[in-house]
Design a protein around this ligand. Sequence first.
Ligand code: B16
Ligand code: MG
Length: 217
Amino acid sequence: KTPGFIFDLDGVIVDTAKYHYLAWKKLADELGIEFTKEDNERFKGVSRKRCLEILLEMGGIEASKEQFNAWLLEKNEDYLAYIETMDETEILPDVPKVLQYLRTNNIPMALGSASKNARPILEKVNLLSYFDTVVDGNEVSKAKPNPEVFLKASEKLGTKPEHCVVFEDALAGIEAANSAGMTSIGIGDAEILSNAKFNFIDFTEIDDDFLNTLLDG
Ligand code: B16
Ligand code: MG
């Protein structure tokens, strides 16, 4: 059996959280809502729509459907302006090393992200070609911790969920991987991602020996 490897995007492959933060902060300032970096933590792995709902709840603001959609659009346009100039230098440390090792071993790979902008970001940082399939926010309706995004990725890879390995930086993402019956690998603070099967600060800690243990099942 060949395992399938599934990667989250933001916080695993690139740090787009800082651009999401700037775009949300700009909107929050306009609406007179206080929004800090700590608040932004709650937005990680969460869909754009749900993020705006949370922001408006924080400010006690009720919006019509039209107004809600206009703010969603505004946030995304600002975000797109921030990521416009992204390039390879924004790839998180040692990610290409791991992707290259897996490719050399003919391991099927998928992206599993809540972002509707996942594909253009992978193109900008020149990593799209590593992925056999991309499952992103345009294809899923149920947000993490619902396992839909990862189950879809395993289906598209043709790999059973129990043979899939998921790299995630968000608690909700680890929960999603676990409830899909997949091997979860937390990237980031092990205390926050305490429900992951394995934990690493980043990909510099992941060596070929560890990957081989995953490949052997
Ligand atoms: P977009 P991931 C998530 O990406 C981000 O962590 C989250 O902060 C963001 O709101 C979400 O994508 C939607 O992004 O506005 O581009 O559709 O971590 O699931 O790769
Ligand atoms: Mg993430």
